[in-house]
Design a protein. Structure first.
Length: 566
């Protein structure tokens, strides 16, 4: 039977082309499972506990009719389809995380296939495959496989379908194109309702050239066909304004108009850092250089109109990240990464048109170095998630007198887990944690049974006998007389601060005597809500290895505070 199929394919060029077209997206989908399938062994991590608790505390389908629920949410989100997606998994599978990860991995695996299909409307097969492969192996994409509470991948799928429907509309006669234009607008609106990063897509659609092989459609006609999308964008923004009271907003950190110029100047560097994994390595240098060369080839060889379109697309892709870029997360760079991957594929195709082997060599270099970087980056990301997963699962089983040292999960999420431990998982309210070893210095007596992560064994182990050594090591590193200063002021529910005097090193806010610790920028602001009094210490960690702490500072809502140690 296989021999018959081979002879048929050899004699039928159309069948060969169809087989190749089907094989590439299938290969990309399979590659996603091979690259990221290890997420299936993880437990809940990160923001998962907060989202689970929030969903459980609110009425069924609250996100479709309860504006107050969105205002209770700490972040400025209008994402009803994201919440629906999470709820569907919960209704079908309960609180077992493996099906959630299966859902995430399935969605992620379909993204490069969808991106390949959309690129094929404008680019030949090999270059479309290169762009989709680059997108799949990029560190930004890898980070999405580990995050359950933010369905960026489903936003990409909906956006890709919207672009495909738009391209199909451009291929039809004007009188028959409106149905597809409205379908594209509906998919675009759904993408916005899944995640707000899709909103700028409306501005780029009319500027996309008609698909290869289709009729010529003038810019004026493309603008007319984009009217349903403009209506969808206006509807989304009107709903957002009515529900949240603002068109903008971030994830906790406050951005004032005076901050925007500085953040805008810093944003390209922050995005570029995320595109190569956030740290320099030989793989990152080669990958970054190859990407830059491919995009430059497109900008320099295709004329001013193409350069303007690519620049416009990159600016639009970066805009959603601007209000939240005080602390840059990999997922914030996703729209920019998508634009870079597509621009790189188009740039290699342009280079190959005049220097065939140069374009192919550049694409192969990027694809190979990207895979090299992906495996390095993935091992680091997965190790951190495996640690969080193991620590969180261990916390669920902790008994009275047990203490967990320096868990990676933020204290705010651990508090959510502590509540769910009783109400959902039906375990006794036992177990404590501390995230900063200052806790050991402030509690010199016996602590009970202390547990912590062993990176060599890759599991939580009993550290009780090591506590005296760990206490001595940290307490002896404290420089009690080291200069340190801080100023705080409140503006409504927002807390602004300025820490110093050091520009290098790390700052943290330490609460509850070391039980909670949060890495913070030297100068920033955060929405803290109505807190009354907030007691905290400032910790500074020097690049040389020593640390300094302020005494406990009691911040009072509505009041300013200045403290310094000369």
């Amino acid at each position: 039977m296989a021999g018959v199929e081979q002879r048929y394919l050899l004699r039928n060029p159309g069948a060969r082309r169809a087989a190749a077209e089907a094989a590439i997206p299938l290969a990309l989908t399979g590659a996603a499972w091979l690259l990221y399938g290890s997420v299936l062994r993880l437990w809940w991590t990160g923001d998962d506990f907060f989202h689970l608790r929030f969903q459980l505390d609110h009425r069924t389908l609250w996100y479709f009719f309860d504006a107050a629920g969105y205002r209770d949410f700490p972040s400025k989100l209008l994402t009803p389809l994201l919440f629906l997606s999470l709820d569907l998994d919960r209704w079908l599978f309960g609180l077992e995380p493996r099906p959630f990860y299966l859902h995430q991995l399935l969605s992620l695996s379909l993204c490069p296939a969808a991106l390949y299909g959309v690129q094929r409307l404008w680019l030949p097969r090999s270059w479309s495959a290169a762009g989709a492969w680059l997108f799949l192996i990029g560190p930004v994409t890898a980070s999405l496989a580990l995050v359950l509470a933010h369905h960026y991948v489903e936003t990409i799928l909906l956006s890709a379908l919207a672009v495909a429907a738009w391209a199909a509309a451009l291929r039809r006669e004007p009188a028959r194109a409106w149905g597809l234009a409205w379908l594209s607008a509906a998919l675009y609106f759904a993408a916005c309702m899944m995640k707000e990063i899709a909103v700028p897509l409306v501005a780029i659609l009319p500027f996309l050239p008609p698909p290869a092989g289709g009729p010529r459609v003038g810019f004026r006609e493309r603008l007319r066909l984009a009217l349903p999308h403009a209506g969808a964008a206006i509807l989304y923004l009107a709903i957002r304004l009515a529900v949240l009271g603002t068109l903008f907003g971030g994830y906790g950190f406050v951005v004032t108009p005076s901050d925007l110029p500085r953040l805008a100047l810093e944003l390209p560097g922050k995005i570029a850092s995320q595109l190569v994994g956030g740290w320099l390595s030989p793989a990152a240098v080669v990958f970054g250089a190859a990407l830059t060369a491919g995009v430059l080839a497109l900008l320099l060889m295709r004329g001013r109109r193409t350069a303007a379109l690519v620049g416009f697309a990159l600016i639009l892709a970066a805009l959603p990240a601007l209000p939240v870029s005080t602390r840059m997360e990999p997922r914030y760079a996703l729209p920019a990464w998508l634009a870079v991957a597509v621009a790189f594929a188009a740039g290699c195709r342009t280079l190959a048109a005049s220097r065939r082997w140069a374009g192919a060599a550049l694409a192969l270099l990027a694809c190979a170095s990207g895979l090299w970087l992906n495996r390095q980056d993935w091992s680091v990301r997965l190790a951190a998630s495996e640690r969080m997963s193991a620590e969180n699962r261990f916390f669920l089983e902790m008994k009275e007198g047990d203490i967990l040292r320096q868990p990676l999960t933020l204290a705010a999420s651990l508090k959510e887990l502590a509540g769910l431990k009783q109400t959902v998982f039906h375990r006794p309210p036992a177990g404590q944690w501390f995230q900063d070893d200052l806790y050991l210095c402030l509690h010199p007596g016996p602590l009970g049974r202390v547990w912590g992560w062993d990176p060599a064994a890759r599991r939580v182990v009993d550290l009780t006998e090591q506590i005296p050594v760990l206490r001595e090591r940290h307490c002896s590193s404290i420089r009690s007389a080291a200069p340190l200063n801080a100023s705080f002021r409140f503006s409504g529910e927002d807390l602004f601060w300025d820490l110093g005097p050091y520009r290098e090193g790390k700052y943290r806010f330490v609460l509850a005597g070391g039980a909670e610790a949060y890495d913070m920028q030297r100068r920033a602001a955060f929405k803290v809500g109505r807190i009354g009094v907030l007691p905290l210490r400032i910790e500074y960690e020097s690049p040389a290895g020593w640390v300094a702490y302020s005494p406990e500072l009691r911040l009072r809502e509505g009041a300013s505070l200045r403290w310094s140690r000369p």
